[in-house]
Design a protein around this ligand. Structure first.
Ligand SMILES: [Zn+2]
Length: 507
């Protein structure tokens, strides 16, 4: 009986072993087939991940009177049109003197375009198109600059407009008088050539972009909205032509911002009874505030790929080396990997999440006195899709303390919904960039800073942020930093860019 049992068990075991072996074999085969299928899908997606770059027929670039252009930019840089949050501290006379200079140097612009001064210092020019049924194009730039407090450490004085070493030097050369003077030069030159646009063209030059644009760009946009002006697109400063090394590419990349991030500062305030530090209560204003700030900054918002950033990889991915192409062509699988990679450095991390930065903390004056109040400010830069209300509510929930009062501080703005990369506006930009910067790849993107652009969201279908300027290594630090300057050759390309764009998109 035992023998029988043992025999049966042995046979049973043998059968079970055989079944197990078959099961394992089948699993291995299935796994191999699944892996093969996965590899096949990934390879197929990589192979069909085709280039988004366009071929632009070579055409000779138009002639530009660079002597006049350089002379005018140099003159513009000599006006210290410094912006200040306190509007009464801004020197209106230097703005008005610059306006007079512009009127003198661009006679055709001032004869043929309708010029208006908005809110005292902003400029709005209207070039009437031949076909009033067409939507307008708005070209934006700002007249104001940030101060140059460390003037003595500049190679050339910041408001000298000196032309030296192939550059025009001065605060505002790149940000943003270079654009303003390029636009006016482009229009003046087109007028000299007898060009007549089909669409209405508006030139919008605000005077307080560096402090939020509420008195300049916002007022220009409101004026246009009142008149029922609708634009097919606006073009403002924003991104530019940058070094392709940043993306592992050996060609420069022209990045066009489809939108900019939103802006929100929240003030956290804690109060408690003032008293002597020798008998502190369990909770003090500083203790409560510090705990609240820690909770907020230790809980960063989740990363995600917004449409402008996804499109950036869609446009640049096919130009990258094979391994990166596989990753970017298969975001359905590789998205977490890409997000982890991007979160590794602050500049790329800012493209994939609403950032949280504690920027101000104040409380207490005397070392042995408990203050009655402590305040902190946390600044958020909102990804498209994250809202002021949503981030405020989340912050309130994170703090979860009735002792902390939360309020929006200063001016906040939402991130406008991203502009289209598949419409005529983007196509015109892509073609113009291809013509003027044939060495560069073109890609949509997201601007992580802010500009005047968001003020125009109500009057334009699309708002693009692209300055037609090729940034060389070290150039970025010059903006708002020391030794700001614009290379004469770069300046020439900027003028040609605006001429070509107006000829292409305006006609
Ligand atoms: Zn600027």
């Amino acid at each position: 009986m035992f023998f029988m049992f043992g025999f049966t068990q042995a046979r049973y075991c043998a059968r079970e072993k055989g079944t197990m072996k078959r099961f394992l074999m089948r699993t291995v085969v299935l796994l191999a087939a699944a892996l093969l299928l996965l590899a096949g899908v990934m390879l197929y997606r990589t192979m069909t991940f085709t280039s988004m770059q366009i071929q632009v027929a070579e055409r000779p670039l138009p002639e530009v009177n660079m002597e006049r252009a350089v002379d005018t930019l140099s003159a513009a840089l000599r006006f210290p049109t410094i912006a200040d949050l306190d509007i009464s501290k801004m020197d209106a006379s230097v703005f008005l003197a610059m306006h007079a200079m512009l009127a003198e140097r661009f006679p055709l612009v001032h004869e043929r375009l309708h010029k208006e001064v908005i809110n005292g210092l902003s400029l709005l020019y209207h070039w009437k198109g031949a076909d009033p049924g067409q939507k307008a194009i708005l070209l934006l730039a700002h007249q104001d600059v940030v101060p140059a407090p460390d003037a003595e450490s500049w190679e050339q004085a910041p408001f000298s407009g000196v032309v030296s070493t192939g550059c025009v030097w001065g605060r505002g050369a790149m940000d943003d008088k270079g654009s303003l003077i390029s636009i006016l030069n482009a229009v003046e030159t087109l007028l000299e050539k007898g060009f007549q646009p089909r669409r209405d063209i508006y030139l919008c030059f605000g005077h307080d972009e560096e402090v939020g644009g509420l008195n300049g760009a916002a007022r220009i946009a409101a004026t246009l909205a009142e008149r029922g002006v609708q634009a097919v697109f606006t073009l403002d400063e924003g991104l530019a032509v940058v070094d392709g090394d940043l993306f592992g590419l050996n060609r420069p990349v022209a990045l066009v911002a489809l939108t900019e991030k939103g802006y929100l500062s929240l003030e956290l305030k804690a109060e408690s009874a003032p008293g002597h530090s020798s008998t502190p209560p369990k909770e003090t204003a500083i203790g409560s505030l510090a705990a609240a700030v820690t909770r907020v900054v230790n809980a960063p918002m989740s990363p995600r790929l917004t449409e402008p950033v996804r499109l950036m990889f869609r446009y640049l991915g096919p130009e990258m080396a094979f391994p990166m192409r596989v990753v970017l062509a298969n975001l359905w699988l590789t998205r977490p990997l890409l997000l982890r990679q991007l979160s590794g450095a602050p500049t790329t991390d800012a493209t994939i999440r609403t950032t949280t930065a504690a920027t101000i903390i104040r409380g207490g004056e005397t070392e042995n006195v408990l203050p009655a109040e402590a305040r902190a400010v946390v600044n958020f830069r909102l990804l498209p899709g994250d809202t002021i209300a949503g981030v405020t509510k989340r912050t309130r929930n994170l703090i979860a303390s009735p002792r902390i009062a939360l309020a929006v501080q200063g001016q906040a703005n939402e991130s406008p919904s991203p502009s289209r990369a598949d419409g005529p506006g983007f196509a015109a930009l892509q073609q113009t960039i291809g013509h003027v910067f044939p060495e560069a790849l073109v890609a949509p993107s997201l601007m992580i800073g802010g500009s005047d652009t968001h003020h125009y969201a109500a009057v334009a279908e699309n708002t693009y942020g692209f300055q037609p300027l090729h940034f060389c290594p070290g150039d970025l630090e010059r903006i708002h930093g020391r030794n700001e300057r614009l290379g004469v050759e770069s300046f020439k390309r900027m003028i040609i860019f605006y001429m070509t764009l107006l000829e292409r998109a305006g006609s």
